[in-house]
Ligand binder design. Structure first.
Ligand code: ZN
Length: 376
């Protein structure tokens, strides 16, 4: 097929004014076929060919674009799948962390209870010692304020955690109240801070910090508790000793008429004697008191001491109450400080009504005044 041109013959040239002639030669053995197309159709045909070509191009381009879009969609689908699996992992991690956090809080709670019990024990130690030393029972139901405050600060944290745990939203909804509460000197100050969202790492750090604080508080409490234990033991040992110790004089409102030690013989006049006690002024019939807790080992008459009471206080300590008019105890009686053991008099070798009071330690006479408790 070819376009007819102006180089054709005259006849053609005449006709070509109105036609375009196509000559089709299908086969050399056959005669050519001629197609005449009116000349006016020339431009619309060309336009159509161009239009078709453009359409094909556009179609091909959009098909390529479409394939690109599919590939892109596939990629983003893969991404989404990956992200979803990541989300699944994150959720399961959160659940694992939840369980871990819950266990940590339970541990924290347990430590708090232990701390509280230690504080209560410590308070009881103090009360016991107070009771022993002062003879008064202090408030027994008193609970250490520190432990209560600590517990109060832990409880909402645990409760809140339990709530958030059940809704599987934990970690970030933690209250920081408890973890920000400082523990020092057995006192816990509860500070009300606004809720702050914690990351898992922050939560772990806070829990570790709180646990270490409780641990160090426990160590201090243990030391204090041991100290009180020892004081308590010492008090237990000391109490009977101080109860027995002859720390007073046997008569009240008195004065010393003859001191302890060497003195001129009140009877011999020209000789000296060693006075093995003190003479106390006491009118006839004055009450004579035991000066410490002990057991009466003698209550009877002595040629020198007259009507005499001797008390063994233990610890090698013995006291003597002499020249009495009347004995109010018998051998074997147990007495405590302040019990009346006799009425004073002038019996035995005595120059007038008075009380002779003697203290012996391991058989050796002592100055009774040295056993009075005095501020030095
Ligand atoms: Zn005397």
């Amino acid at each position: 097929m070819h376009w007819g041109t102006r180089q054709n013959n005259k006849e053609h040239r005449l006709k070509s004014k109105s036609y375009i002639t196509f000559v089709i030669i299908p086969d050399p053995t056959k005669s050519p076929k001629t197609i005449k197309i009116p000349k006016w159709i020339r431009f619309p045909l060309l336009a159509s060919v161009i239009a078709v070509s453009l359409w094909v191009m556009v179609t091909m381009t959009s098909e390529a674009d479409y394939e690109y879009k599919i590939a892109d969609a596939k990629l983003s689908l893969q991404k989404n799948t990956y992200a979803n699996s990541n989300k699944d992992m994150t959720i399961s991690e959160l659940e694992v962390n939840n369980v871990k956090n819950f266990q940590q809080l339970e541990q924290l709670k347990e430590l708090t209870y232990q701390l509280q019990n230690r504080l209560i024990e410590l308070e009881q130690h103090k009360d016991n010692i107070d009771t022993k030393l002062n003879g008064t029972k202090k408030t027994t139901n008193k609970q250490p304020s520190g432990a209560i405050q600590l517990e109060a600060s832990i409880e909402p944290l645990v409760a809140e955690f339990n709530a958030s745990r059940s809704s599987k939203l934990a970690v970030t909804t933690m209250s920081q109240e408890a973890v920000s509460a400082p523990i020092s000197d057995n006192e816990v100050t509860l500070t009300h801070e606004p809720q702050k969202e914690l990351t898992q790492d922050e939560f772990n750090k806070e829990v570790e910090l709180l646990i270490s604080r409780i641990d160090s508080s426990s160590i201090v409490l243990d030391m204090e508790s041991q100290s009180y234990d020892k004081i308590n033991d010492k008090v237990d040992e000391m109490i009977p000793y101080w109860e027995a110790y002859p720390n007073k004089l046997p008569v009240t409102n008195t004065k010393i008429t003859s001191p302890y030690g060497w003195r001129r013989n009140p009877f011999g006049k020209k000789t000296s004697e060693f006075h093995r006690g003190v003479d106390l002024r006491a009118s006839y019939g004055t009450s004579v008191y035991a000066t410490g807790k002990g057991k009466v080992i003698f209550a009877g008459y002595d040629s020198i001491y007259g009507r005499l009471v001797v008390i063994d206080h233990g610890y090698g300590i013995i006291t003597k109450y002499a020249h009495n008019s009347k004995l109010l105890v018998s051998k074997g009686d147990k007495v405590k400080r302040g019990d009346t053991v006799a009425k004073s008099g002038n019996s035995g070798r005595s120059s007038g009504p008075h009380v002779h009071y003697g203290v012996l330690v391991n058989g050796q006479p002592q100055n009774p005044l040295n056993y009075l408790y005095r501020e030095k």
